[in-house]
Design a protein around this ligand. Structure first.
Ligand code: TMP
Length: 251
């Protein structure tokens, strides 16, 4: 590391590690090559995934920042590493669905590919031990992890992120089917978009392919054993890089 030195490991998740740094209010995130699905029952290591997702996330955070969405992102460090503002993560997985796929089609009689207009906003309680359960608004209120104003702000941010991502991906012939984001509160109390946005956390269908499995350019290739996972992630990176400026380097 050049602009800072690493401190202790603060948190390790399935795809990332978060470290303290020698600078106040700055943490370093390492994107791992580990891939998991089905609450980590399925695992693999995909060489290059960490670097790819780190770069895709950086490009996307910068695009969203330019659209007025506050994120934790501060800049790239070396390969697979980015510097971010530390946040108190809200224990919610916030999913926006533009097209029916995945768990929605397993749980309800809705055919895959059905357009969802307006998009569906689904909230899940982030707890691996409980399998990230779906939350009704009443359960969310009972749980008390956010107050009504914060719930409102989270919904608004998720829909603003959806518009930004749809514009970005749409401009490179990628259909944004759905995605998951995580948010957190910074030390000043502001709500920031956190975690990552990458083919691990989005469903992206290639509009240049009509075949229903060839068009998949996201983690569903891993979940469904379709092969070509890193080729798909590389294609997403190449397209997004083609329309975005170089992401800033921290320091
Ligand atoms: P789902 O259809 O499985 O509910 O997933 C909805 C979106 O959320 C999809 O883009 C994949 C993403 N996702 C994650 O990023 N992490 C997860 O743990 C799960 C279950 C989904």
């Amino acid at each position: 590391m050049t602009a800072f030195s690493l401190g202790s490991l603060l948190y390790e998740g399935k795809a990332k590690r978060v470290f303290a740094t020698d600078q106040p209010d700055r943490v370093a995130v390492e994107f791992k090559d580990d891939a998991t699905a089905f609450n980590a029952q399925k695992r693999a290591s995909l060489a290059g995934k960490g670097a790819c997702n780190c770069l895709i996330s950086a490009l996307i955070f910068e695009v969203l920042e330019r659209r007025g969405i506050a994120t934790h992102y501060l800049g790239l460090a070396e390969e697979r590493w980015m510097v971010v503002r530390p946040v108190q993560v809200v224990p919610l997985e916030v999913v926006v669905r533009n097209i029916a796929a995945g768990s929605l089609c397993r749980q309800l009689p809705i055919t895959e590919g059905t357009a969802l207009e307006p998009p569906l906003l689904d909230l899940y309680y982030k707890d691996d031990g409980l399998g990230d359960p779906f939350l009704s608004e009443a359960r969310l209120e009972r749980l008390g992890v956010v107050n009504p104003d914060q719930r409102q702000a989270i919904g608004e941010m998720a829909l603003a992120v959806n518009l930004g991502l749809r514009d970005l991906f749409g401009s490179v012939d990628l259909e944004l089917v759905d995605f998951k984001i995580e948010l957190g509160f910074a030390s000043d109390g502001s709500l920031l978009l956190a975690d990552e946005i990458s083919p691990d956390t989005c469903r992206l269908w290639d509009r240049r392919q009509s075949d229903s499995s060839d068009r998949i350019l996201d983690k569903d290739r891993f979940r469904q054993d379709l092969g070509g996972v890193m080729e798909a992630y590389g294609e997403v990176l190449k397209r997004v890089q083609g329309v975005c400026p170089e992401p800033r380097v921290y320091g």
